[in-house]
Write a new protein. Structure first.
Length: 112
């Protein structure tokens, strides 16, 4: 039986590697796309342009579904989820960038 090795204290553990610039750029692009899609899905179903398109004229059942307030509300809900994801990822990206502090600071649980 091998002896159990004690864990190193937090001060002695090595830091996580910093993300490369292209990881940060990818996260920024993801945040921008999620924000734009979320804003579009939140607002566009309630504009006057929503009814004037070729999708609603494909079939009678599509027209009824397309103009339904429940369908519009569901799309707006998906838009809110996209906005939440973009804001949460922005907060996560900022905290990851400012994680140069002490190890005790990095252990704090993010609260949204």
């Amino acid at each position: 039986m091998q002896p159990v090795q004690p864990q190193q204290p937090l001060e002695e553990q090595s830091e996580a590697p910093r993300p490369a610039w292209y990881h940060k750029l990818g996260m920024v692009l993801f945040i921008v796309v999620c924000f734009e899609v979320g804003l579009f899905l939140l607002l566009f179903p309630w504009m006057q342009y929503w009814r004037n398109n070729s999708i609603s004229s494909l079939a009678p059942w599509v027209h009824d579904l397309w103009n339904s307030s429940f369908f519009r509300g569901a799309l707006s809900g998906v838009g809110l989820v996209n906005l939440y994801i973009s804001i949460a990822e922005l907060i996560r990206l900022r905290r990851r960038g400012s994680a140069r502090g002490s190890p005790a600071d990095r252990l704090k649980v993010p609260v949204l």
